[in-house]
Ligand binder design. Sequence first.
Ligand code: IPD
Ligand code: CA
Ligand code: CA
Length: 263
Amino acid sequence: MNDNYLKVARLAAAAGAKILLSYQGRFSVREKAPRDLVTEADVAAQQAIQKILLSNFPDHGFVGEEEGHDQVSAEMLADPNHPPIWIVDPLDGTVNYVHQLQSFAVSIAMYHAGELQVGIVHDPVTREIFWAQRGGGAFLNDIPIRCSTTDRLEQALLACSFSAGTQHDSSELSRFAAALDEAQSVRRLGSAALNLCYVASGRLDGYWATCVKPWDVAAGALIVSEAQGEILSLSGEKFDTWDPRFVATATKSLNDQLRRCLA
Ligand code: IPD
Ligand code: CA
Ligand code: CA
């Protein structure tokens, strides 16, 4: 693996994080869809990140939450010779950001040859940078991190994500209620990327989501795997970056219990 990928990704994440901080208190907000917010900061951060990544790697693909990204086809993903694809959320946790709550981050991942290769989640407020390279372990700033050893659902602190505008009769809420019945407690913190990093660093024991997009979770998914965690689809198959409905947990046994609980 080319170490330069990680270096450039870290630079791009830092540039995005700086922009998010610089826009605080002076951005306009609009709704992309009901209750789904985007600010000038999201767009400016994505532009800066995209520019850094593609000026260093002009032949790479780029998928970002905001406008101006490549469409990913099944053919591209099946082609082992396709250049790497960067998957970017310039601001994960926009609702928190708009309300001046903590828990938002820049998320950057790189996907190549059928696997996530690099993941960075940069929290500009706490200055925590979670990162991983495939096969190289997971880190918080420069300290190695590992998931907790929790293997019983009744002792587990969990988090989950709902999509913007989740309705009271949604299956998301039934899953939430089922987890509340069986886990120690359940949080909804507002940043999918950070939730995964908190599983990777032992602050949370598990996290699940069925409504998120690749850019929300690609980086965090690699960071959990590299921190010795377990991340599987709801039915127990391999995590799919491009169809991310999954359960991420500190241990295998906890994953089995949580998937059973949510089924
Ligand atoms: C959102 C956050 C949130 C999750 C939503 C995502 P955004 O991303 O990750 O935790 O519940 O589904 O859309 O819109 O803030 O980038
Ligand atoms: Ca997001
Ligand atoms: Ca976003």
